[in-house]
Design a protein around this ligand. Structure first.
Ligand SMILES: C[S@@+](CC[C@H](N)C(=O)[O-])C[C@H]1O[C@@H](n2cnc3c(N)ncnc32)[C@H](O)[C@@H]1O
Length: 265
């Protein structure tokens, strides 16, 4: 979908300047990963890791800083991959970045990994989850671990612009046609207007996601849901820790993030 790619290329430039991604602190050693993936994946030292939809690679490089023996990040945004490479020219971590549509990755990379990782804002850009799960399984070594932490599909059914209530707006069971969405801003703190305002999203249900992984033969080891998220998804949320938002006490108690850990036997 060309419009999505154009938007990601433009967003990369805004994100790279944003306080949210905080590239300056990252260059000085800050780790960009969240407690969910850090706790649930545990010690990754000495392991190889493939990061799907890595954008400009801060999380990818963070895993390398934590001791992964080799990391490979892939993304279809050429601007993002160019930036990832230039960041790593300075950091010199054991990392490679590949610019490719995820669905074409098997033609670009011939390697298996201990860990395949992907996180936060990835699945809604993918039209075909069954094909995605095949890619995940393909790149795992026998005994390897797949880990995803992602925004919960249930939370996307609500109007994210209503000032003080959750109002049902989007179908949960969605069909194959993408949802057309228009927004002049990206999700970071930077209030810069974008030229590429159009995007297309695919909603995948929690069942679709879990079934896609089971159908390619992975063994699900853990499924977790969390009542907080890492951006102000609705205008009336509170930031209860730096960079972590939830609904005010007694307002709503709903899942906002999920994680899945699965194993290739
Ligand atoms: C929300 S961002 C990933 C965010 C990541 N968690 C981070 O904070 O850097 C989603 C990424 O998916 C990439 N993407 C979307 N569709 C893709 C596709 N079909 N193949 C490869 N990358 C894709 C976009 O270029 C974008 O960098």
């Amino acid at each position: 979908m060309k419009k999505n790619l154009k938007r990601w290329n433009e967003a990369t430039e805004i994100h790279a300047k944003s306080k949210d991604y905080d590239l300056e602190s990252f260059m000085k050693g800050k780790n960009s990963l969240h407690k969910i993936e850090l706790e649930e994946l545990g010690d990754i030292s000495g392991k190889s890791l493939l990061h799907l939809q890595c954008q400009f690679g801060l999380d990818t490089l963070s895993w390398a800083r934590l001791g992964a023996s080799r990391v490979v990040g892939i993304d279809y945004s050429d601007k993002a991959i160019k930036l990832a490479n230039s960041i790593n020219e300075q950091l010199k971590l054991p990392a490679d970045f590949i610019c490719t549509n995820i669905y074409d990755l098997p033609q670009k990379l011939d390697e298996k990994f201990d860990i395949v990782f992907t996180s936060y804002g990835v699945l809604a850009w993918l039209p075909d989850l069954k094909e995605w799960a095949k890619i995940v399984a393909h790149f795992l070594k026998k005994g390897g671990t797949f880990f995803i932490a992602e925004f919960h599909p249930f939370a996307w059914i609500f109007d994210d612009e209503h000032p003080n209530e959750l109002i049902y707006k989007y179908a949960y069971f969605f069909g194959k046609e993408p949802l057309y969405y228009t927004s002049a801003y990206t999700y970071t703190d930077q209030e810069e207007e974008m030229y590429n305002i159009d995007s297309y999203n695919w909603q995948h249900t929690f069942g679709d996601i879990i079934s896609a992984l089971i159908d390619v033969g992975l063994t699900i080891e853990s499924v977790k849901e969390y009542p907080y998220t890492f951006f102000p998804q609705f205008p009336f949320m509170e930031e209860f820790e730096k960079g972590v938002w939830r609904f005010k006490k007694d307002k709503y108690n709903l899942p906002l993030i999920f994680s899945i850990r699965a194993n290739k036997n």
